[in-house]
Design a protein around this ligand. Structure first.
Ligand SMILES: O=C(O)CCC(=O)C(=O)O
Ligand SMILES: [Fe+2]
Length: 461
């Protein structure tokens, strides 16, 4: 049987998709097993894990599939082509030495389940060896991550061209490419294991009431550490009702492979979206916001939801006027961040606000601060600072609660500080004046629109 080659004409450098990956009978069996697995609860008796995360399960290639989930994982492996994801042409800034993997380097798969409501999202993150990250403060990534949609429902996965070594500095600072994948039952999406991704709830095209279920399978050179990634022993598999290797093997020998037709999804069936334009409010677009550390806020424009199609995949590119993520969020409890903030030679503009809502609400500060931060990003690093995470910094600038919202300038190298005038209404004009008084000249580009207030978050622009 010859395998489809999705990468002859890559639709996107970030990810590839296949439809009908499993046979209809098998996808039904996998769904039932997923329910069984979910119902079994905390099978590894891990108790309360950090961040309330459930452990993932390891499946080694040495073992025989004991259920249809494991048989499907063996099948998905045929679609994983790691070499093609690490060609020297695709360079992410800090990957001077691109690693190239052979399939034979892969030892097994880590898998888990996600179940969400039709309007729910999943926060942006890197799939990583969670236990290793806690120990080493560095990230160890799978070679490839995959998503298999088990229902047609819910918000899309958004995979970005952004990676990081330690989770505190990201490359590039602001993503310019995305792979947007709406759920479609029996679709399998493969992407590089080191990319920032999440599920954007504001892009959901479904009404409340149904369930979004995905099976996540990641390919690793070696097993991620316990207690976050666990081996499902035969005893445990029997206990939860997922151990019937002879049924699985006789199914395969009598009914044929567990695979379906495995149709590559390419640009013929799904469009490229080039998001361009310089106006703050580009007609026909909606601006979305996702929060992820350490960039803290990522604003990106997409066609209005009614112009997007359920079940589609989109390769998205954004002009730098259509994506924003140029501010950091000051967090005095994050010692790693405070350290890198002081080492960074650029002067800082810090905007102190009471709470996140002051930044993100439809009339929030971020709607004009983000474009401003982009404009000045080569001269000034902009931070926002909420009371919860940054109250401890007020004293250094002689600030009191009643002064907020307020901006300060801080040259951490020369320890030069300047506080904005307290009189007058806080806004973009006052911030620009502060920057100027601090002695930094910002080139005036064709930025007239920057003065316009941006439309509200999630508002159709
Ligand atoms: O369900 C999805 O679309 C993605 C889930 C995911 O990224 C994860 O669980 O790590
Ligand atoms: Fe993930």
């Amino acid at each position: 049987q010859s395998l489809p080659d999705p990468l002859v004409e890559p639709f996107s450098t970030l990810a590839v998709g296949f439809d009908d990956v499993l046979s209809l009978t098998v996808i039904g069996k996998v769904k039932t097993e997923v329910e069984t697995y979910q119902a079994a609860g905390d099978i590894y008796e891990s108790g309360d894990m950090k961040f309330g995360k459930r452990p993932t399960t390891w499946f080694s290639f040495d073992s025989t599939p004991r259920n249809y989930i494991e048989a499907s994982i063996m099948e998905f492996f045929k679609l994983a082509v790691p070499e093609d994801f690490y060609t020297p042409d695709y360079t992410v800034e800090h990957y001077g030495d691109l690693k190239r993997y052979k399939k034979s380097d892969i030892q097994g798969a880590e898998w888990w389940i996600q179940a969400r409501g039709s309007k729910e999202g999943i926060g942006f993150h890197y799939d990583k060896d969670e236990a290793y990250a806690s120990l080493q403060m560095r990230m160890s990534f799978p070679i490839l991550s995959t998503i298999t949609y088990l229902t047609d429902v819910g918000a899309p996965t958004l995979i970005l061209n952004q990676t990081s070594l330690d989770g505190s500095v990201e490359y590039p600072e602001v993503p310019s490419e995305g792979f947007l994948s709406y759920p479609k039952k029996n679709r399998h999406v493969i992407f590089r294991g080191d990319l920032n991704h999440g599920v954007s709830k504001t892009l959901s095209l479904d009404d409340e009431g149904s369930e979004r279920i995905t099976l996540l399978v990641n390919w690793w050179v070696s097993k991620p550490l316990e207690p976050n990634c666990m081996v499902l022993t035969d005893d445990l598999a029997t206990k939860i009702g997922l151990n019937y290797p002879s049924e699985v093997s006789s199914y395969i020998s009598s009914s044929g492979p567990v695979s379906g037709s495995q149709v590559p999804v390419n640009s013929d069936s799904t469009p490229y979206l080039n998001i361009t334009g310089t106006k703050q409010k580009e007609k026909g677009y909606k601006r979305h916001l996702e929060r992820f550390p350490p960039n803290d806020a990522f604003y990106y424009d997409m066609p209005k939801n009614k112009a997007l199609t359920k079940g589609s995949l989109y390769a998205v590119t954004w002009e730098d006027t259509r994506v924003f993520g140029h501010t950091g969020m000051l967090d005095l409890y994050n010692t790693q961040q405070v350290g890198s903030l002081f080492r960074d030679p650029l002067p800082k503009l810090i905007v102190f606000v009471h709470e996140l809502r002051d930044l993100d609400s439809p009339t929030g500060i971020n709607w004009w601060l983000q474009p401003l931060a982009r404009k000045i990003s080569d001269k000034i690093k902009v931070y926002t600072a909420t009371t919860e995470k940054a109250k401890g910094a007020w004293a250094a600038f002689g600030l009191k609660e009643g002064d907020l919202p307020i901006a300060v300038m801080h040259d951490t190298q020369g320890d030069k500080k300047m506080v904005m005038e307290r009189e007058g209404t806080f806004g973009m004009g006052k911030v620009e004046k502060l920057i100027e008084e601090f002695g930094i000249i910002v080139e005036e580009k064709e930025e007239q629109e920057g003065r316009e207030e941006m439309g509200g978050m999630g508002q159709e622009l």
